[in-house]
Design a protein around this ligand. Structure first.
Ligand SMILES: C[N+](C)(C)CCCC[C@H](N)C(=O)O
Ligand SMILES: O=C(O)CCC(=O)C(=O)O
Length: 511
């Protein structure tokens, strides 16, 4: 005998079945109450798709089926149906039968169905629960076949609808829903790696992907392709990379051969950049197109008013100087594009020629600056972590202004963004006098730390070498120089850099 509570989900399922049965229009049209009270009709004619039918038609039909499935608000679904109890009994029995088959399906994972959720036991002592609505809302079957966008209105999913069948088959979890079946949409099939990587709730830490075997490059790509076909992009098992703060010369600046372009070689470069905020490459190719290809390994190049993609960094005639970078003077530690609401995430400096006397590149870890300042002058650290400062850039036809704090911190007081360039700081206008006074009190303290030898990493970048800097963390600078010195480079948005990292199985660990 099934308790009333336990049978509730199944009653909903049967009601949906009954609703569709009663309202299905014999002429092949299904009518359902529209929110406006009138009846909207959608053809449910199900002619077998003609072989010649385009992919687009197929996907449109699939989308229509998905949309039909949820078009009727669930609170209007369902009418009493005679013989309800017998239907409920047989449906529940089917779920239990599937469970037994699933739990003895030979896979390490097994499942149990509760009143509102499915618990997946990963077979290693940890488990995660997924609510019925979560399992429907994240089903690959509700994603657009090519764009993989969610095509259902989440709020129209009946949260009490239990799966009518569930089983573990190899590395997949298979679920079927009466509502899906009725809407003629495919059953739900989850890749168990994906499911575990996207678990939530109390046991999530047990199912952290750190414990999930990390796919090698090739396997990862394959699983990405496979899961992509079945819906979600498979972020797959990823390695979470902890940033490692460095103080000046102590950083062993990692250097890689730019000619190594395998998936795993690039993964090592990206991992270093995620961890250190700085990475060095040697044996960079000749020619702009070849350089562009190497730059793009780090993400899509960002267009700015400096260039559509690759910019030049070299000395120009005094009359043509639109930025002091195009001179021979020393540039103190700073981050670039502080005058943009979102400064670029990466800055790439690729050396074409360096015959100069002087001109060493100079890098400072913004994490070390914050840690040092917080230790030596907590009030200065707090001021620059809470005070919004203006930055600007005026060029021909350009007038950019943005504001931001020097230190943007996360909830654990970890630096998520450093923003400062004294050259590009705008007028301290319109702020209380005490804030202006405090700025001039604390700036010398910040500057001393930024310029300190203890935090300075000097590197003479030579011909056909490149340094890539995390522009949200690591400051860059250069010593004054005389002689021939020219670079090309590019900016890359942080989103696109992190996208490249994920495609290589890497994610920045959040403290
Ligand atoms: C690198 N590139 C030559 C494009 C621009 C150099 C100017 C950077 C600017 N002063 C800033 O700090 O944002
Ligand atoms: O010339 C250099 O090495 C650095 C130039 C610079 O700071 C910049 O382009 O933002």
């Amino acid at each position: 005998m099934i308790s009333k509570q336990a049978s509730k989900p199944l009653i909903q399922v049967v009601r949906r079945l009954a609703f569709l049965h009663v309202t299905h229009n014999p002429s092949g049209w299904r009518s359902f109450p529209s929110t406006s009270g009138g009846l909207r009709h959608c053809s449910t004619q199900r002619r077998p798709l003609q072989r010649k039918q385009s992919r687009a038609t197929a996907s449109m039909l699939m989308m229509r089926r998905v949309l039909l499935r949820v078009a009727a608000p669930h609170h209007q679904r369902g009418l009493a149906e005679p013989g309800l109890r017998s239907l409920v009994t047989s449906a529940r029995a089917r779920v239990q039968a599937e469970q037994r088959q699933g739990s003895t399906g030979g896979g390490a994972a097994s499942v149990t169905v509760g009143d509102r959720e499915v618990r997946v036991d990963w077979g290693d002592g940890s488990s995660n629960a997924f609510s019925f609505i979560w399992l429907q809302d994240h089903s690959p079957a509700v994603l657009h076949p090519t764009s993989r966008q969610r095509m259902i209105d989440t709020v129209s999913i009946d949260p009490t609808e239990a799966p009518e069948a569930i089983s573990v088959k190899g590395n997949e979890l298979h679920l079927s829903w009466k509502s899906s079946r009725e809407a003629n949409t495919p059953p739900t099939i989850y890749n168990l790696d994906w499911l575990r990587a996207n678990a939530y709730g109390g046991d999530a830490s047990d199912s952290s992907t750190a414990s999930t075997p990390r796919a090698t490059g090739a396997a990862h790509q394959a699983s990405t392709a496979k899961t992509k076909a079945s819906g979600w992009s498979m972020l797959g098992p990823v390695s979470y990379v902890q940033p490692k703060t460095w103080y000046g010369p102590e950083l062993p600046l990692q250097s890689f051969d730019a000619r190594e372009d395998s998936h795993d070689a690039q993964r090592a470069v990206l991992e270093t950049l995620l961890r250190d905020g700085l990475v060095h490459l040697h044996h960079m190719p000749e020619g702009r197109d070849a350089l562009r290809a190497v730059f793009q390994r780090f993400g899509m190049l960002r267009r700015t008013f400096y260039a559509d993609d690759i910019w030049d960094l070299r000395v120009v005639a005094d009359a043509d100087v639109n930025d002091t970078a195009m001179t021979t003077i020393e540039l103190p530690p700073h981050t670039d594009c502080t005058y943009h609401a979102m400064p670029p995430g990466l800055q790439l400096f690729s050396c074409l020629q360096n015959r100069a006397t002087g001109g060493e590149s100079w890098f400072v870890d913004g994490r070390a600056i914050y840690d040092t300042l917080a230790r030596e002058s907590p009030e200065a650290a707090d001021f620059f972590a809470t005070t919004v400062l203006p930055f600007y850039c005026i060029e021909d036809g350009i007038y950019l202004c943005a504001e931001g704090k020097v230190f943007t911190l996360d909830a654990n007081k970890q630096l998520t963004q450093f923003r400062y360039n004294n050259s590009d700081r705008g007028p301290l206008a319109g702020m209380p006098a005490h804030v202006v006074d405090a700025f001039y009190t604390h700036l010398p303290v910040l500057t001393r730390v930024m310029l300190s030898d203890e935090l300075a990493l000097l590197k003479r970048v030579k011909d056909n070498e490149m340094v890539v800097v995390d522009n949200h963390r690591c400051l860059h600078a250069r010593k004054a120089f005389q002689g021939a010195r020219s670079f090309v480079g590019a900016y890359i948005d942080m989103d696109h850099f992190h996208s490249q990292c994920r495609l290589h199985g890497l994610e920045l660990a959040r403290a």
